[in-house]
Design a protein around this ligand. Structure first.
Ligand SMILES: C[S@@+](CC[C@H](N)C(=O)[O-])C[C@H]1O[C@@H](n2cnc3c(N)ncnc32)[C@H](O)[C@@H]1O
Length: 289
C-alpha cells in the first residue's frame, strides 16, 4: 500500500480505483486526498457493499459496480456531480486479480484449497462460469487456454483429461484431483504448480481478463489528465507483459513518462507479512502528452 500511495501521489482531482476489492487501497487514498474525489469500480457487488461500509467515514467518494473497461461512462457520470465540476482525472490504480475475500469464499470457486463450485467469475451474476468454459470448449481450445493463460508445461495431458471428464466435473476438488491424477509419477511441487496454473488459466478465460486489462489500460491512459498518474499491480507475467508493452507504446508516442524502469517487487519482509503479495509487480507512469 505504501508504494502504491507513493507512486500514485494522490493530492487533488479525481482518483479512480479500478479494482476496489476490500477497499484497502481506496481507504489509504482517501486518507491522504486533500481536495479530491475517489471513484471505486468493481465487478463484484460484494466488494461494493463491503467497501461502502468501510469508507463510511468519508463523503468524497462514489462506488460503481461495473467492469473497469467502462470507466469512461463512469467518469462522465462523476463529472456532472456538483462536487466534481472542476476536477480532472489525476490518478488511476489497477490492483489486478482476485481479492482476499473472493479467494477465501469457497462458493466463489477461486480456491484450489477450498472445495466449491467451478464458478471463478468476478461477478457472481455473470452468465459465464468456469464450468461453462470447461464444458463448451473443444479439446484444442482447452489446450490453448492452459498453454496461453497458464503457461502450463503439461497442458496437453491435463486438457485431454478435463475434456474427457468435462460433463462430470462440477467442483474445484474434483478438478484438483483430476489434474493431480494426470501427473501421478511427478513430484509433489510439479503437481501443485500444475494445479495453480490450471486454475489461473481457467480464471483468466472465464473473466476474459487479459482483453479487459488491455482495453482498461488504453481507456485509463486516454482519460488521464496531463500530470495524472497510473499505477498497476500485476500478479503474473502475462498481466505484467501487457502493462509493460502498453506503457512503452504510450511512452514511444511521447504521451507517458515511465517511473519504474523495472517493476517493483515486494521486499522479503512484505512477502513474509502477506504471502499473497509474493508475486506482485508494480509499474507506474505519468501522463505527459
Ligand atoms: C486484488 S483485488 C483488489 C484489492 C483492493 N486493492 C484492496 O485494497 O482491497 C482485485 C479486484 O478487482 C476486481 N476486478 C477484476 N477484474 C475487474 C474488471 N475487469 N472490472 C472491475 N473489477 C474487476 C475483482 O472483483 C477484485 O475484487
Amino acid at each position: 500500500v505504501r508504494e502504491v500511495i507513493q507512486y500514485l501521489a494522490p493530492k487533488d482531482g479525481i482518483i479512480l480505483d479500478a479494482t476496489l476489492g476490500g477497499g484497502g487501497h481506496s481507504e489509504a487514498i482517501l486518507s491522504v486526498l486533500e481536495n479530491g474525489f475517489l471513484v471505486g469500480i468493481d465487478l463484484d457487488p460484494a466488494a461494493i457493499s463491503y467497501s461502502q461500509s468501510r469508507l463510511v467515514g468519508y463523503k468524497n467518494f462514489r462506488l460503481f459496480n461495473c467492469n473497469f473497461m467502462e470507466m469512461d461512462k463512469v467518469l462522465e457520470k462523476v463529472l456532472i456531480l456538483p462536487e466534481c465540476q472542476n476536477l480532472r482525472l489525476m490518478g488511476v490504480l489497477f490492483d489486478l486479480g482476485v481479492s482476499l475475500y473472493q479467494i477465501r469464499t469457497p462458493e466463489r470457486g477461486f480456491s484450489y484449497q477450498l472445495n466449491g463450485p467451478l464458478d471463478m467469475s468476478f461477478n457472481p451474476f455473470s452468465q459465464i462460469k468456469a464450468i461453462d468454459v470447461l464444458r463448451r470448449s473443444s479439446l484444442p481450445k482447452l489446450e490453448e487456454i492452459l498453454r496461453e493463460f497458464g503457461e502450463e508445461r503439461y497442458y496437453r495431458r491435463i486438457a485431454k483429461a478435463i475434456w474427457l471428464k468435462r460433463q462430470r466435473l462440477s467442483n474445484t476438488k474434483e478438478l484438483v484431483n483430476l489434474i493431480e491424477s494426470c501427473l501421478l509419477a511427478k513430484p509433489r511441487f510439479i503437481k501443485q504448480k500444475a494445479v495453480q496454473r490450471t486454475f489461473q488459466a481457467l480464471r483468466i478465460a472465464t473473466n476474459n481478463e487479459l482483453d479487459n486489462l488491455f482495453k482498461g489500460l488504453l481507456t485509463a491512459l486516454e482519460l488521464l489528465s496531463l500530470g495524472g498518474r497510473i499505477v498497476v499491480l500485476a500478479y503474473h507475467s502475462l498481466e505484467d507483459r501487457i502493462v509493460k508493452n502498453t506503457f512503452r507504446l504510450f511512452a514511444r508516442q511521447g504521451k507517458l513518462e515511465i517511473l519504474t524502469k523495472k517493476p517493483l517487487r515486494p521486499t522479503e519482509k512484505e512477502r513474509h507479512k502477506n504471502p499473497y503479495a509474493t508475486s506482485a509487480r508494480l509499474r507506474a507512469a505519468i501522463k505527459i502528452g
